[in-house]
Design a protein around this ligand. Sequence first.
Ligand SMILES: [Zn+2]
Length: 237
Amino acid sequence: MTLCLDSLMPSFLNIHAHRSSVSPCETVVRNFILPLATQALRLELPCGWFSAGIHPWHLPEAPEESLRQLDVLTHSPRCLAIGEVGLDKCRDASFALQREIFMRQLELASDRRLPVIIHCVKAWSELWAVVKEIRPATACVIHGFRGKPQLAESLLAQGFYLSFGRCYNADSLRLCPPGRLFLETDEAPHSVETVYCAAASLRGCTPEELNTQCWENLRQIMRMSGNRTVPVPLKET
Ligand SMILES: [Zn+2]
C-alpha cells in the first residue's frame, strides 16, 4: 500500500469567502450577510463553519431584527466569527448608522468571545476610535487588506490581524508577522490555494508552511475567544 503524503496535509484555510468550498483542498469560513431569509437559514447554514454579520453596504431597514438573528446564530458551535462588519466612507449609507450597528455587533462579539471580521474603507481613525471605546475581548481581523505598509504597521501595532486576498500591497504582505496573517478569496470564485501560492512566493516560504501558520493563527484567535476548539480538516485525496 502506498502512503499518500499529500493526504496528511491540512486543507487550505480560507478565512473569508461568500461561498462554500470549491475544492477538497480548501476549508472555508463562509460568510453570511444578514438578514438571512428563513429558507437560507434552513438550507445553507447547516453545512460547515461560518461567520455572519450586518455589512455596512447592506444596512437593513429593521436592524433590531437582524441583530436578533445574529444573536441566535452566534450560539451555533459552527459560528467562528462575527462579520463582515465595519465602516465604509465610500458608501452613501449614513455613517452614524454604520457606526452604531458596527458598535452593537462588536459588543455582541465581545460578549460571545467571537473574533470579528472587519470591513473598513477610508475610515481607519473612526475604526480605531470605536475599537478603543468598546475594547472587545476578542481578536479583530481586517479582511481584504490592501493598504500600504505604514497603515499595516499601525494596525498591527494596535493588535489587529490582517487578511489578504487577491489584490494587496506586496510590501504590506511581506511585513505582516506570520502570527498575524490570514488569507481569503472574498467574492472570487477560485480556490484559496492560488492565493497561498502567490503569497508564499512573495514571503519566501511554501504554501503549505503558510497554511500551517494560518491554521495556528485561527486556533490562536479561537483560544483568545474562549474554549472553542478548531480541528484541522485534512485534504480529501
Ligand atoms: Zn466579503
